[in-house]
Design a protein around this ligand. Structure first.
Ligand SMILES: [Zn+2]
Length: 370
């Protein structure tokens, strides 16, 4: 009995690895179930996954809508520091179409620890996207769904591997990056996007030379949202510490088109591989920064003439600029107040000395008249 349960668990976890914590082909519904009574297929078209995977209807599911007005500022969430992300060219990384997403396998020499309570090692990254007619990010911010989303999946080093860690409460850490369409190609993504046509067929794979994976992340790694959630695919383990960066990354429309149309799965184009947002319930979404109402996280729909970096300094400028302005304003105010007080005192002193002077002059006159 116990062995059977272990085997079932193993099969679930094996599926977790192959689905890369993310999507499946929305059209694949006819896969034979050969794993006993455990449903082994699910689709994005019918997301009522809890029939086969009970955890999928639990209270801490992902993705979620991040309502920035309800986030809680937490000053103990520091800058995320990717370590070992610059992979040498001599190292080959597997890029594959697993029928659910495009997945880039990552070496566990890559890690993150700053900004977390423990060390997490990288395993893979993958993407979620929409279609020609719809956006495809999983997380939404203030109700806005973005063009696409990248997940960089890490597992807690202390558990040794992804399978072991995936079922532990603090086992996984995923970095979420939201995409917007900008005017220019984002060349940092070329190593991946240029190879999509070579892995069009389901289960196809190629090897690409290592490159600096950190260039795929936004610049502002100190501004992010943090909450406890789940895998966004069955079996929906609620073991993910989510980090969703505030700053988006821009890719061109041509690059987004490639992502949305290049890959095939068993029943057609692999697209719209995103899960719908789940209820927040009683969870708190923390922000590593104070998301002031006037501090826009993203420049909404990018001016086509704007450089791709247009969004990147908005928040910085606001915060730093305003802090400096406030500081100098206070200093100026204090100086001005001190000056006014000084002037008033000087005038009083002059007046009283004038009055004393008049009395001095007056007395002799009185004396003379007396
Ligand atoms: Zn994912």
């Amino acid at each position: 009995m116990s062995c059977r349960m272990d085997r079932l668990l193993f099969l679930i976890l094996a599926q977790l690895l192959t689905t890369a914590t993310c999507g499946t082909d929305p059209d694949s519904e006819s896969e034979e179930s050969d794993e006993g009574d455990m449903p082994d297929h699910w689709t994005y078209k019918d997301q009522d996954w809890s029939k086969g995977y009970k955890l999928c209807k639990e209270n801490s599911q992902s993705p979620i809508n991040i309502d920035t007005s309800k986030t809680t500022f937490n000053n103990k969430l520091p800058l995320i520091i990717p370590e070992g992300y610059n992979i040498p060219e001599t190292e080959q990384l597997e890029l594959s179409n697993n029928g659910h997403t495009v997945k880039l396998s990552l070496p566990d020499s890559m890690s993150i620890s700053h900004g977390f309570t423990q060390k997490y090692l990288a395993n893979q990254l993958h993407f979620h996207w929409g279609s020609a007619t719809s956006s495809g990010s999983e997380h939404t911010v203030d109700g806005v769904q973005y063009a696409a989303e990248m997940h960089v999946v890490h597992f807690a080093a202390k558990y040794g591997n992804l399978i072991e860690a995936a079922q532990k409460a603090d086992g996984l850490a995923v970095l979420g990056v939201l995409f917007q369409v900008g005017a220019q190609d984002n060349k940092n993504y070329n190593p991946i996007f240029d190879k999509l046509q070579d892995i069009a067929a389901e289960d196809a794979n190629v090897y690409i030379p290592g490159f600096d994976i950190s260039t795929l992340l936004p610049d502002q790694l100190y501004r992010y949202f943090r909450y406890d959630g789940s895998l966004t695919t069955p079996p929906c383990f609620q073991t993910v510490t989510w980090t969703v960066f505030n700053e988006t990354v821009q890719i061109s429309q041509a690059q987004l088109d490639k992502l949305e149309t290049s890959l095939k799965a068993a029943h057609g184009t692999l697209d719209s591989n995103f899960r719908h947002v789940q209820p927040l319930n009683r969870r708190t979404v923390f922000a590593s920064f104070s998301p002031l109402p006037t501090s826009r996280r993203i420049v909404p729909n990018i001016d086509s003439n704007a450089p791709s970096e247009a969004t990147k300094s908005v928040d910085d400028d606001f915060t730093l600029g305003d802090m400096l302005a406030a500081l100098f304003g206070i200093l100026f105010g204090c100086t001005a107040l001190a000056f006014v007080i000084y002037v008033i005192r000087q005038r009083k002193r002059q007046r009283s000395s004038t009055e004393r002077g008049q009395k001095v002059i007056y007395k002799p006159a009185a004396t003379m008249e007396a």
